[in-house]
Ligand binder design. Sequence first.
Ligand code: AMP
Ligand code: MG
Length: 693
Amino acid sequence: MSFDSVIMVDWSGGNDRGAAPKKDAIWACVARKGAAEEPVYLRNRQVAEAWIVAAIEAERAAGRRVLVGFDLCFAFPKGFAAHLIGAEDTLALWDWFEARVTDAPKGNNRFELAAKINRQFPGVGPFWFTPNGREIADLPRKGRARSGHGLPEKRATDRAAKGAFSPWQLGGAGAVGGQVIMGMPVLSRLRRQFGIDLKVWPFEPTVAPIVLAETYFSMLPDPLDGHAIKDAAQVALYAARFSGLEDAEWDQILDHPPDPEGWVLGLGHEHLLSASLTPPPLQNDCFAMPQGAHWTPVDEALAHLRTHLGPVVGQEVVDLEAAAGRVLSAAVLAQRSHPPAANAAVDGYGFAGPAGEGVQQMPLIAGRSAAGAPYDGVVPNGHAIRILTGANLPDGVDTIVLQEDVQATDTQIAFHGPLKRGANARRAGEDIQAGYVIFDAGRVLTPADLGTLAAAGLGRVSVHKRLRVGVLSTGDELLLAGAPATAGQVYDANGPMLRATLARWGFDVVDLGRAPDDRAALAGLLDNATAHCDAVLTSGGASGGDEDHVSALLQGTGSFALWRVAVKPGRPLVMGLWQGMPVLGLPGNPVAAQVCTLIFARPALHVLAGAGWVEPAAYMLPASFGKTKKKAGRREYLRARVVDGTVEVFASEGSGRISGLSWANGLVELPDEACTIAPGDPVRFLPFDGFGL
Ligand code: AMP
Ligand code: MG
């Protein structure tokens, strides 16, 4: 469910900043439907709190659902609340601070309170930093003077957010600890003020008209929009972007397990907040290859495509079930650890390990822990409990003895030690840790990836829109397969072959049919294609002769490139942009068309689709054929197949002999240099399945 209004607040820990707008003060901004109002300068926390209450009341009075985001840690790292107030209850911790913080425009007690809290923890710390070199007992001046307080430096969400500071640091450039102490009382009072109308994400379910959430104003590139003060520009930017999100995007962002450490709203979903979901157009000269040698080596041609092309497709969010074969448009962070809790790897009996040498006897407590039905009680030291595979380890249990190794009665178990602590148990997060990147952008999702994503708590993922690739066969002689043919006509073999190939690669294939050797007709077909296609493969008419209309048309676009690649089978390839849409003109001969598709079009299209560069799989295998005197200066691809671990090649190298492509299960790649191959020599074999066919 989305929000009608978003209020963003850039919090601050210091004292009153005076009447004139200043940086590092409190700034706030209201936005609706993607459009932000003027940012508001709030000179101190008292003014800010009153403004926030009034702004929320105004939104509610207008019947609008409102999200209030604070650039402020809503929680301290794991273990802090448990030790300080006896429960890992973040919202109760806010009330605890509310009862102890004193705050007025001229001064506040944050350093004294931090020192007092430090005294309640063992060792030195966790809070540190003193202003102007002041000496405050139990508040170290330097972070490294701390030891033994037993708490992590950062929360999971701070680790996942680039550049986030530890909340233990109370002051100094970039520090956030002071503002957290000064902010929690305000959050506590907002909860009290608005009662059941207000919920806090992700600590509570957010079905409420007012939702508070923690934000972080360094998720997106810094705004450059004319505001002299960065804080002002930031509140406006984040308010605008969040208020422009749609229902499904909110569902995705808010879908986070309750966690006492909280989470930064939108972290892991930054792409949804980016202004432009459509990538920039390709440069007009992206195919223009420097024409040094008359024939360009294959590797140089590939390197050119690799550096000059980029993704041309936007993004969308899809359900996991529909995500196989799709290309991730952003890195994915685990939303949940896997396993989420420590659990049993076997059926057996759990206890606090380790167990010593020799016969071990333990009383067996009543009850059991099973997968999906954990035991809530505490297992006393020296006692054991029945536990089944996949069951969470109850408090007091870290070790499991296999049931086959145990003699058990209803009240006792006995087994032979020793057994190490942690035996037969799986640690929480031993496989995947919440907040960490599990897949990078550009990954083409495999079936196994869907399993990993599900385990890590993701039900939906952001992917690139499918690349729509048109396939057009050109030539007056071409005829639809199966139609009655007259002499001089040839069935269109490239069309079905190329479309099936592209479908295997996960692209949206658009059948553009056949074009006659007529410039105007061809231009019309390409014009139409721009509405339905992100890229087009043509075959035929590409060499530069009289009837080579694909070349002739692209030549007039200012983006034309005729690629004389030193490859056999090949002939020239033509490339260009037709109204910004990349067109790859393949040779007409079916064998050449398919080989050029595998070698050149496949990696190029994957880049356009956001998947990055792809290389075919290759293996060195002994030849069972011989070839004398392959010429220097061009790379050759032979139709080949592997039989009993050796490679044979098709009887003819004729590029019109399409049956050879069916006969083959891969290609032999002969190097650019001259060579002679004798049976038994190793050759480079590229299996078709390594091309994804
Ligand atoms: P082109 O590149 O147009 O000169 O065509 C070279 C050869 O490939 C000619 O023999 C064409 O008839 C043949 N050819 C062109 N396109 C196709 C196609 N789609 N299917 C089968 N053969 C084709
Ligand atoms: Mg032709």
